[in-house]
Write a protein that binds this ligand. Structure first.
Ligand SMILES: [Zn+2]
Length: 387
């Protein structure tokens, strides 16, 4: 049953090809995690040439033929403007992820006080001071002084207003839905104090949100494990969890969550069941792993195209792979385990699907059992760590 998932621990399986849901179902069955089987961002739809309706229909077909009876969700991911909403609402999406990063003023971190004071005119500073300046109220996530409060309002005030507007727009056309605010693609990590400010302001302004995705410290690059200091991340995750438990009304959401094996134990330890994890491109990589065995010639064409288009296609993604560092003598399908090859293939999916989409889909339909088995194995290695 397609429905909002509320505060159940949940896992998002983005599927760029529309053929991965059977493998996702096989992996998530029995884990106790509530699945999102349809999850595509506006950016992904633009690159795959699919519509929100096609994405949800592909998932529905697989859900019906597998007789999946439990609730599942459909995530309209990284929505940036009000104009992004209608096709997802019409198609029956249940989970709306708002990305207000265009309204985040990153300069606030370094603006001099006078500039902050100029920028913040128009906000109700007396009210904000009453709400947030409590000298005795220092918490795990820190406390505000006047300067920090001005910074928070300048940095996130516009993003909060935009999110409230998106929420009102949705509320006018839908009765119940999951609502996520995601600042994971902003320039700088979200401090736990900033997280507190965002959650508090949204709550105060009547937004009922189900999850919030901060940007965490370190690097969450596509298709590979976490790059950064695990001890520092552990401490940060604990502080973000403290903010979340303080409100008690939403979950923490981790984007680019695939292949982050080293941090899953930290998520479980710190967040308990108040978690949502999103993955997307890693299912596409499992499709390529399948092709590397069943149709090596097609795979080689995709790989050559990936090397050609990487520099252009990487622009809107967090990746650090270098084509020159891919081992030249790597056999298939082991190439799919190389850091650089994974990222190159991960972000060039749009180019690959434009040129070879039909061939790729036809091969995966022909070898559906192999594709499902690869997906099941890959996702069980994730989900086992979240149990
Ligand atoms: Zn994201």
């Amino acid at each position: 049953m397609l429905s909002p998932l509320g505060l159940s621990p949940s896992f998002g399986f983005g599927d760029r090809l529309g053929l991965a849901t059977p493998g996702h179902i096989a992996a998530v069955k029995g884990t106790g995690l509530a699945p999102i089987f349809a999850q595509q961002s506006v950016r992904e739809n633009a690159r795959t040439g699919r519509t929100p309706q096609q994405v949800i229909d592909d998932a529905k077909r697989a859900v019906e033929s597998a007789h999946w009876e439990a609730p599942w969700g459909a995530d309209a991911d990284h929505l940036k403007t009000v104009d992004d909403l209608p096709p997802f609402i019409e198609a029956g999406y249940t989970f709306f992820t708002i990305d207000p990063s265009a309204y985040v003023d990153n300069a606030a971190d370094t603006d001099p006080l006078a500039v902050l004071q100029e920028k913040v005119r128009g906000s109700d500073l007396d009210q904000l001071s009453d709400l947030y300046l409590h000298p005795a109220g220092e918490r795990v996530w820190g406390g505000f002084d006047t300067h920090k409060l001005l910074q928070a309002e300048v940095k996130y005030g516009g993003a909060i207003r935009h999110t409230v507007g998106m929420y009102h727009h949705l509320s006018e056309s839908m009765e119940s839905f999951d609502f996520e605010i995601s600042v994971d693609e902003t320039d700088a990590p979200t401090t736990s104090l900033e997280h507190y400010f965002i959650a508090s302001e949204l709550t105060r302004q009547g937004v009922k949100f189900t999850s919030l995705a901060p940007r965490f410290i370190g690097r969450f690059e596509k298709g590979v494990d976490y790059i950064g200091d695990l001890v520092a991340l552990d401490a940060e995750m604990a502080k973000h969890a403290a903010v979340t438990f303080h409100f008690g009304t939403y979950k923490l959401s981790l984007h680019s969550g695939s292949d982050k094996f080293s941090i899953y134990p930290l998520i479980v330890k710190n967040w308990g069941s108040r978690l949502h994890v999103k993955t997307a491109g890693t299912s596409y990589l499992e499709a390529l792993r399948t092709l590397a065995v069943t149709s090596p010639e097609l795979f080689e064409q995709i790989w050559s195209l990936g090397l050609e288009s990487y520099e252009a296609d990487r622009a809107t993604y967090h990746v650090s792979a270098e084509a020159a560092l891919v081992p030249t003598d790597q056999a298939l399908p082991a190439l799919l385990d190389d850091f650089h090859a994974r990222q190159i293939l991960h972000v060039t999916f749009g180019s690959a699907l434009t040129h070879y989409g039909q061939e790729i889909r036809a091969e995966l339909v022909r070898h559906a059992d192999a594709y499902n088995a690869n997906l099941q194995k890959h996702f069980c290695s994730h989900l086992d760590l979240l149990k």
